[in-house]
Design a binder for this molecule. Structure first.
Ligand code: SF4
Length: 382
C-alpha cells in the first residue's frame, strides 16, 4: 500500500520554507531561468513550474526557449532531449541525477544494434541508411525497416534512429509518427518500435493493423524461440519494454469501477496493456487525459489509469466531478518522485552562485542524429 497521501496538497512548515526560498531564487534569476514540470511531478514541484506538460509539449517549450538555464523537473531522457533541442549556450539541469526511467533502461544501444542486424539479416528488409536520403518516401518496390523510438529512450538510441532514417514519437503523436514511418518503409516494409511494446501495440491497433501483424522482439532470446517467420510477417516489430506504473492497470479494475459506477467513464494512458485500453472509454497522452477530464460534465464519475500525482491533481482541480485512480493502491512513478523540492532549491541556489549543477550534456558525437530524429518528431502534428 502506498504510504503517501496524494490528496493532501498542503505544505508542512519545512516545505513552506523551501517553497518560499525557491520563489526568491526564481525571482533573482528572472528571464534567465525556465522551469519545466512534467504532469507526473508532485504538486510541491508543479507549483514552481513555468510550464506543466507532457513530454511532447515540454520538448517544444525547451526548443523555443531563450532562457540560459532550463531546469527540467522530469526524468533523465527528457532533460537529454531538452539539451539536444537547445543551443550550446543554454544549460539544462536535472534536479536529481538519479531520476531515470525504468522503461527507457529496457532498451540499450547494444541490444538495439544487435536486434537491428539480426532482423535485417533474416527478414530481407533493407536499412534506410543505404539510400541517399534515408527519409525519402518509399516507392512501391521498397521494403525498408524504419526505426521508431518512443521519447522515453536514451539519447544514443535517438541518434541511432536519426541516422537510420527513423523518428522519435510521444504518446501525443504516435499515430502520426507511425504513418510517417510506414510512408518511408514501403508497402512491404516494417517498423521496429522501441522500447514500449504497449504504446506501439495500442497505436497499431487503433490504426487497424491486425495483432498477428505485430510481433514482439525480446532481447537476448534466440531466433528459434523468437520465430523468424513471425518477424518476417510483421508490420510492426515491438520491443519487449513496458512501464512498470502503467502495466498495473487492468481490465478487472475497470470491471470493478463499472460495477460501482455503472454510468462512470474510464480513461487510460496508451502505455497500459491492450486489454485495459480495449475495456476503457478513451485513451491518450497525459495532455489528452487532462483535456478529456475537463470536458466531462459536473457530476461525472471518472476512473483514470495513469500516474497517481496527476490523478490526484485532476481530482483537486475538478471538485465537481468524482475522480479516482483505477488502481487504488498504486504508488507514484518512483523516479519522477525523486525530484524533491529540496533538490530543486539546491540547484537554483547553485545556479545563483555561478555553478552549473547537475548539467545534462549529450555528447557531441550523438547530438546530430538525435536532433534529426527529434526535429522529425516535432514536425508531426498530434
Ligand atoms: S511513468 Fe513509466 S514511462 Fe513514465 S517515467 Fe515513470 S517509469 Fe518511465
Amino acid at each position: 500500500m502506498c504510504s503517501v497521501d496524494f490528496t493532501d496538497t498542503s505544505l508542512s512548515l519545512e516545505e513552506q520554507v523551501i517553497a518560499d526560498r525557491i520563489e526568491e531564487l526564481r525571482e533573482q534569476l528572472g528571464d534567465q531561468l525556465l522551469i519545466l514540470g512534467h504532469h507526473y511531478q508532485r504538486d510541491s514541484i508543479v507549483m514552481h513550474a513555468d510550464f506543466l506538460g507532457d513530454s511532447f509539449m515540454l520538448s517544444q517549450m525547451a526548443a523555443e526557449s531563450k532562457a540560459k538555464y532550463i531546469v527540467f523537473c522530469g526524468v533523465h531522457f527528457m532533460a537529454e532531449s531538452a539539451d539536444i533541442l537547445t543551443n550550446d549556450d543554454q544549460i539544462v539541469v536535472l534536479p536529481n541525477m538519479r531520476a531515470g526511467c525504468s522503461m527507457a533502461d529496457m532498451a540499450t544501444l547494444v541490444d538495439v544494434e544487435t536486434a537491428w542486424k539480426n532482423i535485417l539479416l533474416h527478414s530481407g528488409l533493407d536499412d534506410p541508411i543505404e539510400r541517399e536520403d534515408p527519409t525519402a518516401l518509399a516507392s512501391n518496390d521498397d521494403k525498408f525497416l524504419v526505426p521508431v523510438t518512443y521519447m522515453n529512450s536514451s539519447a544514443d538510441l535517438k541518434d541511432f534512429v536519426g541516422r537510420h532514417g527513423g523518428i522519435v514519437c510521444t504518446s501525443s503523436n504516435a499515430q502520426g509518427v507511425l504513418n510517417w514511418a510506414f510512408e518511408r518503409a514501403g508497402k512491404n516494409g516494417s517498423v521496429l518500435f522501441f522500447p514500449d511494446q504497449h504504446l506501439g501495440r495500442n497505436t497499431g491497433n487503433a490504426m487497424g493493423i491486425p495483432l498477428e501483424k505485430m510481433s514482439t522482439w525480446t532481447p537476448n532470446q534466440c531466433k528459434e524461440v523468437q520465430g523468424w517467420k513471425e518477424i518476417q510477417n510483421a508490420k510492426i516489430i515491438l520491443w519487449h519494454g513496458f512501464c512498470s506504473v502503467h502495466k498495473r492497470f487492468t481490465k478487472p479494475q475497470i470491471d470493478d469501477f463499472r460495477a460501482r459506477h455503472p454510468d462512470g467513464i474510464v480513461v487510460v494512458h496508451p502505455e497500459c496493456p491492450i486489454e485495459t485500453v480495449a475495456a476503457s472509454d478513451a485513451n491518450g497522452s497525459t495532455q489528452y487525459i487532462r483535456n478529456f477530464v475537463a470536458e466531462q460534465s459536473p457530476g461525472a464519475k471518472i476512473a483514470i489509469g495513469t500516474e497517481i500525482n496527476m490523478v490526484a491533481r485532476l481530482a483537486n482541480e475538478h471538485p465537481d466531478k468524482h475522480i479516482e485512480c483505477l488502481d487504488g493502491e498504486i504508488c507514484p512513478c518512483s523516479t519522477m518522485y525523486m525530484i524533491h523540492p529540496a533538490y530543486l532549491m539546491d540547484v537554483l541556489e547553485r545556479i545563483v552562485d555561478g555553478e552549473k549543477p547537475n548539467q545534462i550534456q549529450v555528447p557531441p558525437s550523438i547530438q546530430e542524429g538525435s536532433l534529426w530524429a527529434l526535429e522529425r518528431m516535432l514536425s508531426i502534428k498530434k
